[in-house]
Design a binder for this molecule. Structure first.
Ligand code: FAD
Length: 463
């Protein structure tokens, strides 16, 4: 970025434009842990400033990379071609909560957890719950269409986005959607922007649907001798016409990994676990929990534990919550995938993963949102053995292929970013890529927004 460009950006942002090495370094990586230094980092305060920046970028031709909190796992916020990282940190206001029409209007830099907490205080519920909710932003969640534990019952971020305001790659401001429950005027540009990973527009305001807060929650932990038993129980629960708010499967690798770091009291022979949560009205919740416990026992559960009070529920969550911290001890580098298969193929996928680990001589730790077939596959490597890394990379490709062959997807919630770009065609085909590129060209003809993402290109070099 030359001096003219930096000084023009400075005129828009003043001291909210940073070019010092420390700031550029702090904004050079995300949770993928690859590093690309931006030329500058900007902190606009409103949509008008965002618009002026993108208009300038079109005139002087530099990349603009939107960034929320940088917790993405696919490298979406990395400035792989340099340019300006545009942080939404300063656009962090909850602008309105409409308690009659049940929606909230927020700026993109609002933390998801902050919005959830604010509406909870008045008996309302914003369901999307990525595990990163305490530190990821609404803008990032919308751009990735974040999911979470409760997607099985409540859906994902896209299901709560009613309307958006965004600055397109052209620098034009567009308002999409409606605040009413119905609205079919023209193309659904809101859905187009959701999950677009900052490549079509920069979201500057979002109107999000709220629902009443469930009055009661019960958690169950069912312990099984194998993944087949767990997967059978998932089907039995669905057949019992219960829709849990969460249904998390942990396989033997995940259970063993946790037990190596903290003591967890489990019955002899536990090889798989299902953590299930039901919410709603108290009496209905109690009845549903009974049906779930019965379904698990009928499918060979070794034990079913249950709690409705906060402390007891928290205890049951320990096993699931401890997986991510425990993973750090297994390998220095985590290749973290988030494939999805139809729920009925979950057991096949877990069998495939066990066989793959043995065949490729790699360690993988697997757990998933079983209710929606979303499996987090983590290949753990030392990072110091090139042959081990190569085998793990080959295994990742096999996992993607298997997921697509089983009728699923290569990414359920983390997005394509840079890391899955080489595999996108495997799922959407050449025509899918071609149509997506044409859409990109329409929203961002000069390729200003987040270049190098989603579409396969010559690998950019991290530095
Ligand atoms: C510990 C941990 C747990 C996680 N758990 C989950 C989980 O359960 N479910 C899940 O789905 N994800 C999860 N994630 C991944 C990550 O938190 C999500 O992808 C989240 O949505 C990213 O939000 P962010 O604010 O950090 O966005 P960033 O990482 O900063 O950006 C993500 C993408 O969004 C774009 N973007 C950001 N803001 C805007 C904007 N205003 N307009 C347009 N584009 C924008 C960026 O360009 C980038 O492409 C987890 C991550 C961590 C580290």
């Amino acid at each position: 970025m030359d001096k003219t460009t930096l000084s023009a950006l400075g005129e828009i942002l003043g001291d909210r434009l940073r070019t010092d090495f420390e700031t550029r370094t702090a904004y050079s990586f995300d949770a993928l842990r690859k590093k690309f230094l931006p030329d500058a980092v900007g902190f606009p305060g409103d949509a008008a400033e965002v618009q002026r920046i993108v208009q300038l970028a079109n005139r002087l031709r530099f990349p603009v990379v939107p960034r929320g909190a940088g917790t993405g796992f696919s490298g979406g916020s990395l400035p792989v071609h340099g340019g300006l990282v545009l942080s939404t940190e300063r656009m962090d206001r909850i602008l309105a909560i409409d308690t009659e029409n049940l929606y909230a209007v927020v700026e993109p830099g609002v933390l998801t957890g902050a919005l959830k907490e604010e509406v909870r205080k008045i008996g309302l519920f914003y369901p999307p719950d990525p595990a990163s909710l305490k530190f990821s932003t609404i803008g990032g969640n919308i751009a990735e269409c974040a999911g979470g534990m409760c997607a099985v019952k409540y859906g994902v971020t896209r299901d709560y986005v009613l309307a958006l305001e965004a600055v397109l790659g052209t620098g034009e401001l567009v308002r999409t959607g409606v605040v009413t429950m119905k609205g079919v005027a023209g193309y659904d540009l809101t859905r187009m922007l959701v999950g677009s990973e900052g490549t079509l527009g920069i979201i500057t305001k979002a109107t999000l649907k709220l629902i009443p807060l469930p009055e009661s929650v019960t958690t169950l932990l069912a312990l099984f001798p194998s993944n087949r038993h767990s997967a059978d129980a998932v089907n039995a629960i669905v057949a019992a016409r219960v829709t849990p708010a969460a249904m998390e499967l942990m396989d033997r690798t995940a259970i063993d990994t946790v037990r190596e770091t903290i003591p967890v009291d489990l019955p002899e022979g536990t090889r798989s676990a299902l953590l299930i949560e039901v919410d709603g009205q108290e009496l209905a919740v109690a009845r549903e929990a009974d049906r779930i416990a019965e379904a698990c026992r009928s499918r060979g559960a070794l034990e079913v534990r249950r709690a409705s009070d906060a402390k007891g529920r928290d205890g049951l969550w320990t096993l699931r919550r401890s997986i991510s911290p425990a993973l750090r001890r297994v390998g220095a580098v985590k290749m973290n995938e988030d494939i999805v298969v139809p729920r009925s193929r979950l057991a096949d996928m877990f069998d495939f993963l066990a066989d793959l680990a043995a065949r490729k001589r790699v360690t993988n730790v697997n757990f998933g949102h079983a209710g929606d077939g979303n499996v987090h596959v983590n290949f753990m490597v030392s990072g110091t053995d090139p042959d081990e890394t190569r085998r793990a990379e080959e295994a990742v490709e096999e996992v993607f292929r298997a997921a697509v062959e089983m009728g699923g997807t290569i990414t359920g919630e983390h997005g394509v970013g840079i890391i899955k770009a080489p595999f996108l065609e495997m799922e959407v085909g050449p025509m899918g890529i071609s149509v997506m590129k044409r859409l990109k060209n329409c929203f961002d003809p000069n390729g200003i927004l987040n270049p190098g993402k989603i579409f396969p290109e010559e690998a950019a070099t991290a530095h």
